[in-house]
Design a protein around this ligand. Structure first.
Ligand SMILES: [Fe+2]
Length: 524
């Protein structure tokens, strides 16, 4: 992505983040003391951004909405008055809410853009529920969600979709219309939920604000624009989501406390941290995350573990905040000191994988873990933003997986705007080396525009990287079906995104058998 120098006006706006940081570091529930009541009059329908649920456990989910009667208001606050507003929520066993089983009130504060993150407990495991919100005399759309099965409960099957990379300017979110019609237990989103750049694109979906996002106000307006998309709203309302940010949710290719090299003021790590605080806050405000993931300034707990009966352990990774900076010299990629996850997360991950009793152990990962030589013949060249730029850290992970005999190790990944299914090798330079798992790299929802079935890079990848078993470069999403003896991933693709109403089809079904790491076979 290209960047223009940061106009002074935008730089000054970053100062607003610093001032705001003092406020949102405080307990949000006590940060605003204004009285609240249910007789508030709002300037319009408050639930314009839809509803969502997330991070299911056996006894509950977190329910999300954000009040925004004027969602694109220039101050980023959605047209809401500057006061606390009580939002009522209810959960029912049926779509018509005849059997409401839980209800409560959430205090939506202006400090958090009147977002609601209501954590519901006391639900029954492994069943579908419906939820909705009320404020004043208004009722939200109805969402459908599902609790997780009890840990260890014998589970025959589970179906989840995953997606990433939804540049609004590049295409329509038609893939989400189709995803919303699938029968899913869960959706995993692996980042690039928004793109931070300005730009108008070529299909009439110009970014708001028109310039790159730096301040909290900028990010809030950008999220409101994305959340207004009806296809995205439909996919959120259809199933619980588990989300994690990648680079564009903050800024392209950021690493730790470092921006990508460019001419913006956030070359200063202190300024970048302010920008990340703004981006994280807006991310949290707009997604169904639990309080455990509520950002504290530039810190946010992204990595976490979810369990679904005895069938799935899902470890969501944070591959941005603890990594070392990208290399410019790829010969240093085996430097053992270079971190991708950071020591603490790496220890947490390997301990959790070692202790897992789940049939399938899935990592929700942002940037691909397979090796990908980009060049025909010699020499080999690798991207420095993926695990290839952190080869020693990858080796530690793969060695740890092998040593712990982690059963049915699967990585799902976004970021690359193309689909690849690959065997994960203990030694990628030796095709006969042991396969320790399988990676499903999933394409983008819209980023990159229409795409094609095969392109030049895809030809090179398949030729130079024998562990890659399938490739496609169209837009879409993936549906993973986990069974006891087999799992498969359906690569669901749309033929175009530059206009609405594209149909969906399954480009390939890629199978993995339990107890046999790697791709078993690909069926069309
Ligand atoms: Fe992306």
């Amino acid at each position: 992505m290209t960047h223009s120098p940061l106009p002074r006006r935008r730089f000054l706006a970053l100062g607003g983040v610093a001032a705001g940081a003092a406020i949102f570091a405080a307990d949000p529930a006590s940060a605003t003391s204004a009285a609240s009541n249910d007789r508030i009059t709002l300037p319009g329908y408050a639930f314009t951004l839809g509803v969502a649920s997330g991070d299911p456990t056996p006894d509950g989910v977190v329910l999300w909405t954000r009040l925004a009667p004027d969602p694109l208001a220039g101050d980023g606050l959605g047209g809401m008055p500057h006061r606390v507003v009580n939002v009522r929520w209810e959960v029912a066993e049926d779509e018509r809410f005849r059997h409401v089983v839980r209800r409560g009130v959430h205090r939506a504060t202006p400090d958090w853009a009147h977002s609601v993150h209501a954590e519901v407990h006391g639900l029954r495991p492994d069943r579908v529920y419906w939820y909705r919100f009320r404020v004043a005399d208004q009722v939200s759309p109805v969402g459908r969600t599902r609790t997780a099965p009890r840990p260890g409960a014998a589970l025959q099957s589970l179906t989840f979709a995953y997606a990433s990379c939804q540049a609004y300017t590049d295409g329509y979110f038609t893939a989400y219309e189709h995803m919303a019609r699938e029968d899913l237990d869960l959706v995993v989103h692996l980042g690039d939920y928004i793109y931070e750049g300005g730009g108008a694109g070529t299909i009439g979906r110009a970014h708001l604000p028109a310039t790159e996002t730096f301040s909290l106000t900028d990010y809030r307006i950008r999220y409101a624009q994305y959340k207004l998309d009806p296809a995205l709203q439909a996919a959120h309302a259809a199933a619980p989501w588990v989300v994690a940010p990648d680079d564009h949710d903050v800024e392209n290719n950021w690493a730790g406390d470092h921006s990508q090299p460019d001419t913006e003021p956030d070359q200063d790590p202190a300024v970048f941290r302010l920008r990340r605080a703004a981006a994280y806050q807006a991310y949290y405000e707009n997604l169904p995350l639990r309080a455990a993931s509520m950002p504290r300034g530039p810190e946010m707990q992204v990595y976490r573990r979810l369990r679904f009966g005895d069938l799935l352990q899902l470890d969501v990774l944070d591959t941005r905040r603890f990594r070392d900076q990208q290399l410019t010299d790829q010969s240093l990629r085996w430097d053992p000191k270079r971190q991708m996850l950071g020591a603490k997360q790496e220890t947490w991950l390997l301990a959790g994988l070692g202790a897992s009793t789940a049939r399938w152990n899935v990592l929700g990962n942002q940037i691909f873990a397979m090796e990908a030589d980009h060049t025909d013949g010699e020499p080999e060249t690798f991207g420095m933003d993926t695990w290839d730029g952190y080869a020693a850290a990858r080796q530690r992970l793969f060695d740890g997986v092998a040593r712990r005999h982690v059963e049915n190790f699967i990585i799902i990944t976004g970021d690359a705007h193309r689909s690849v299914a690959a065997d994960l090798k203990l030694d990628f330079s030796e095709p006969r080396s042991r396969t320790i798992g399988t990676e499903f790299l999933g394409t983008s929802i819209s980023s990159g525009g229409n795409g094609t079935d095969m392109d030049a890079l895809g030809v090179t990848w398949l030729a130079e990287n024998p562990h890659m078993r399938f490739h496609n470069s169209q837009r879409g999403y993936q549906v993973c079906h986990l069974g006891r003896r087999e799992m498969y991933t359906d690569y669901r693709v749309v033929p175009f995104v530059n206009a609405p109403n594209a149909p969906v089809s399954t480009r390939a079904r890629v199978h993995v058998q339990s107890g046999r790491p790697g791709v078993a076979h690909v069926s069309a």
